[in-house]
Ligand binder design. Structure first.
Ligand code: PEP
Ligand code: MN
Length: 373
């Protein structure tokens, strides 16, 4: 069911996080607090950049499999308290239970975030809201792992109903069945729809968890800037290769500095440059979509090949005219519902079908399937 617009009375970001220079909020810090030295060194280097407002760090780490580093817990909260005193940076920690919230309050943590693995579970979120009631603690809400906008909205609403009005959403990408070059597919249309529904809610992009590697950080961060996000959360570590969690996606504070320097921050007020910016954003989306089309075509042809072997084994003809007819009618109908030109679609369908027949013909006429090139 489509979600309609609704109102969410939240405070502007710069009323609870000191205004970022250049208007872009930057949250950075390690995926996990590992040692006192690692936390302090990373925080000092980040603070020296003068471009980061909030120091983030995981203290309780939700791990997919047991037996791995699960965070330092309460001990690390003491380190973060020191970060705040020594560097002046605000601090942010992931919470997944009411007792996490209570401990963050005890150690004066400035804001908490709900992680993607917690956002999927309304029971957990509801429990956390009990601990948040009456606290005024700012809360950042990461999108749930799965691409379900309603579920994300539900978390935001639950937190807001607990009386929290210092809020932001964090877009960290989504788990999808399709493999892509991202660790978590960005599916930009979902946060864009969230912003349409809650125009006052700041949305921050987390390029680290979208990318899953250092190479994609810059293009993802640039895309977020081009889409006018309120800020970026990027993981950094004084020694990323030694990191106990998310080693592939973390960068040093110096690399963060270089990345922020490379970002083109556009002036919305410059009418002459505006068409170019929009063009670039659209082109990046086209690149993504084309890649998805190619991946889907490759999957379709792999299935066609498997069907070819079955047909060969059971002596079934390649062409089943009734099946082709029903595919044709169904796809043409769907295409017209989607507003696609029927002439174009007819040609495309015929081309795909021709290639499918060609693949199966090769299978039928080859003794050894490996001979197929
Ligand atoms: C994190 O920020 O380190 C984290 C665990 O993120 P997510 O919940 O987005 O996976
Ligand atoms: Mn991480």
């Amino acid at each position: 069911m489509p979600v309609s617009e609704s109102s969410l009375d939240v405070r502007p970001l710069n009323s609870w996080i000191p205004a970022a220079r250049g208007g872009m909020l930057v949250i950075s810090g390690p995926c996990s607090a590992e040692t006192h030295d690692q936390v302090m060194q990373t925080a000092r280097e980040l603070a020296a950049l003068g471009k980061v407002q909030v120091f983030r760090s995981g203290v309780w780490k939700p791990r997919t499999r047991p037996g791995k580093f699960e965070g330092k817990g309460e001990e690390a909260l003491g380190w973060l308290q020191q970060v705040k005193t020594l560097t002046g940076l605000m601090t942010a920690v992931e919470v997944a239970t009411p007792s996490h919230v209570e401990l963050c309050l005890k150690y004066g943590i400035d804001m908490v975030w709900i992680g993607a693995r917690t956002s999927v579970n309304p029971f957990s979120v509801q429990e956390i809201t009990q601990a948040l009631k009456g606290t005024q603690l700012p809360v950042l809400v990461k999108n749930p792992l799965n691409p379900d906008l309603d579920l994300w909205i539900g978390v935001i609403e639950r937190i807001h109903q607990a009386g929290i009005d210092k809020m932001a959403a964090i877009h960290r990408g989504f788990n999808t069945y399709e493999k892509s070059r991202y660790r978590n597919a960005p599916l930009w249309e979902i946060p864009i729809e969230l912003r349409r529904i809650f125009p006052g809610l700041p949305v921050i992009c987390d390029p680290s968890h979208i990318s899953g590697n250092r190479q994609l950080l810059l293009p993802v961060a640039q895309q977020a800037v081009d889409l006018d996000y309120a800020g970026l959360m990027i993981e950094s570590h004084c020694n990323p290769r030694q990191a106990l969690t998310d080693a592939r996606q973390q960068i040093t504070p110096q690399q963060l500095d270089a990345l922020l320097h490379k970002l083109v921050i556009r002036q919305a007020a410059s009418p002459r440059r505006q068409p170019c910016q929009v063009l670039q954003t659209f082109r990046r989306q086209i690149d993504d979509i084309d890649l998805q089309i190619l991946e889907m075509l490759a999957r379709r042809m792999a299935l066609v090949e498997q069907i070819g072997y079955l047909k060969k084994e059971h002596d079934i003809t390649i062409l089943q005219i009734r099946r082709w007819n029903s595919i044709y009618k169904d796809r043409m109908l769907r295409a017209s519902e989607l507003g696609l030109n029927p002439g174009f679609l007819k040609k495309m369908l015929e081309l795909v079908h021709k290639e499918s027949i060609h693949i199966q013909n090769q299978i039928m006429n080859t003794e050894n399937p490996k001979d197929i090139v």
